[in-house]
Design a protein around this ligand. Structure first.
Ligand SMILES: [Zn+2]
Length: 453
């Protein structure tokens, strides 16, 4: 299992044998399948999540191979590495070894997991003896050749990372970097941390706190990846449109119809991708209220689209949470500025997930009010807390009630309140305000109803 990456079909067969044994024990004469009262996935979940912690064979197999590939990359077994190098990548590093040509089952297995290993490994720079061109030492290493400044004036090109340092120091040689690489890469390289020591650079397994790649740490990483929530289809489609420059901004849609205003409804500037998502005063305020705050003004300007911004925000290995959050904020910024006139009020709540037997807890409420009926537009950002909250719905309803009260007190009319809680939106827009989705939120919806109407 540690030398061959098995096919999914083969692993499925092993799982079948395990599952049968688990449900029915050894049944030599009988080969009908026993009834499984729980799914195998459920049984394989860790104990903390209510499973039995039985290891998933496919992930075990993959972890063993990744660990084995790590041993080759770090030269654990000099003899084995020497043979593999001579046979399969005499003129390359392990990281840039060619993937074509005939190869053994073992080497083929290693090649299949190499990308995953590279995505989760990087050299911690000490003496700077890693190759600039063929080892993972900076986020842009794998396409570093695309970042060379043309025409090439540096001759000969530096070879090791320490060649990019001022002689005798561990500090980046800005002049050399700027004359060798494009500005974007220079910024990324200069942000790469360096340890001031003379030992060889160390390969680190980035998902583990101690940087060590063990079969167990790989398995944990793979299992976490699998359990992390997947991005909803809505955001996937949105991300695709964003990358392909297909978001209906004023500037883009205005090319197709003269009835569509090219200007931002918030500030009156031309509304292109850059403006809508990053440069508009409205977007700047939204980003500054994220945790940690982001200052989109510090990102380099782009001619069209947000490619660079996305690559800075989302590489090299974003957690699903970060990806989800970034996409969600971007998505949040689109529909309303282009379609809604008048006052907009965004509400949101941050709480723990619903849990039937939990005691009442504290929830955070956020309200962002924008009034575009006056020039320049006014905006107010309010953070509040709800004590004794007992569900997500209640927290959302409290944010709504507070928003309604505030807009009422400010004499704001024709206000559109935007919430991401579908249940609450349906209820408030529905005909029957007595038929509540949860009786406990009645005081809040009642308050909101009075204030809005
Ligand atoms: Zn604007």
């Amino acid at each position: 299992m540690s030398t061959v990456l098995f096919s999914k079909t083969f692993v499925a067969k092993i799982n079948t044998i395990l599952r049968r044994f688990w449900w029915a024990g050894i049944q030599e004469e009988q080969d009908t399948s026993p009834i499984a009262y729980r799914s195998w996935d459920d049984i394989c979940k860790p104990k903390e999540q209510g499973g039995l912690g039985i290891r998933d064979m496919e992930m075990v197999n993959k972890s063993l191979i990744i660990h084995s590939a790590w041993n080759v990359a770090t030269n654990k077994n000099l003899f084995l590495t020497a043979i593999l190098k001579a046979k399969y990548y005499p003129n390359h590093s392990f990281w840039t070894a060619p993937v074509n040509g005939s190869r053994s089952v073992y080497w083929s297995s290693v090649l299949q997991v190499k990308d995953q290993l590279a995505a989760n490994s990087k050299y911690q720079l000490h003496a700077g003896n890693s190759s600039i061109w063929s080892s993972p030492w900076t986020p842009v290493w794998d396409n570093i050749h695309d970042h060379i400044l043309l025409p090439v004036v540096t001759c000969p090109l530096p070879n090791k990372v320490c060649d990019l340092w001022n002689p005798g120091t561990h500090g980046w040689n800005h002049q050399l970097l700027s004359s060798t690489f494009l500005e974007e890469a220079v910024n990324i390289i200069q942000a790469t941390p360096v340890v001031t020591s003379d030992r060889d650079d160390l390969l680190r397994w980035t998902p583990a706190n101690n940087g060590q790649c063990t079969t167990k740490s790989v398995y944990t990483h793979l299992a976490n990846q699998q359990k992390s929530k997947s991005i909803p289809p809505l955001l996937k489609t949105f991300a695709w449109r964003l990358i392909k420059r297909a978001i209906a901004t004023g500037a883009r849609a205005g090319k197709y119809s003269k009835h569509i205003d090219k200007h931002c409804s918030y500030c009156g500037a031309i509304e292109d991708d850059q403006h809508l998502f990053l440069k508009c005063a409205f977007s700047i305020q939204v980003w500054s209220s994220t945790d940690p705050p982001i200052q989109p003004n510090t990102f380099p300007p782009e001619i069209d689209g947000l490619q660079m911004f996305l690559s800075l925000m989302i590489t090299p290995n974003p957690s699903d949470d970060l990806l989800f959050k970034t996409l969600f904020i971007l998505w949040f910024l689109i529909p309303s500025p282009t379609t809604l006139q008048g006052c907009r009020c965004y509400i949101d709540a941050s709480t723990q997930p619903d849990n039937t037997n939990s005691v009442p807890y504290r929830a955070g409420l956020g309200i962002f009010l924008v009034n575009t009926q006056v020039h320049p537009p006014h905006s107010i950002f309010i953070r509040a807390a709800l004590q004794q909250c007992s569900s997500v719905l209640m927290a959302e309803a409290a944010a709504l009630a507070l928003a309604a009260q505030i807009s009422n007190n400010l004499y704001l009319h024709h206000i559109t309140i935007l919430s991401d809680n579908q249940q609450l939106v349906h209820f408030m827009n529905g005909p029957d305000l007595d038929n509540l989705p949860d009786w406990r939120i009645k005081p809040l919806t009642h308050m909101a109803d009075i204030a809005i109407r």
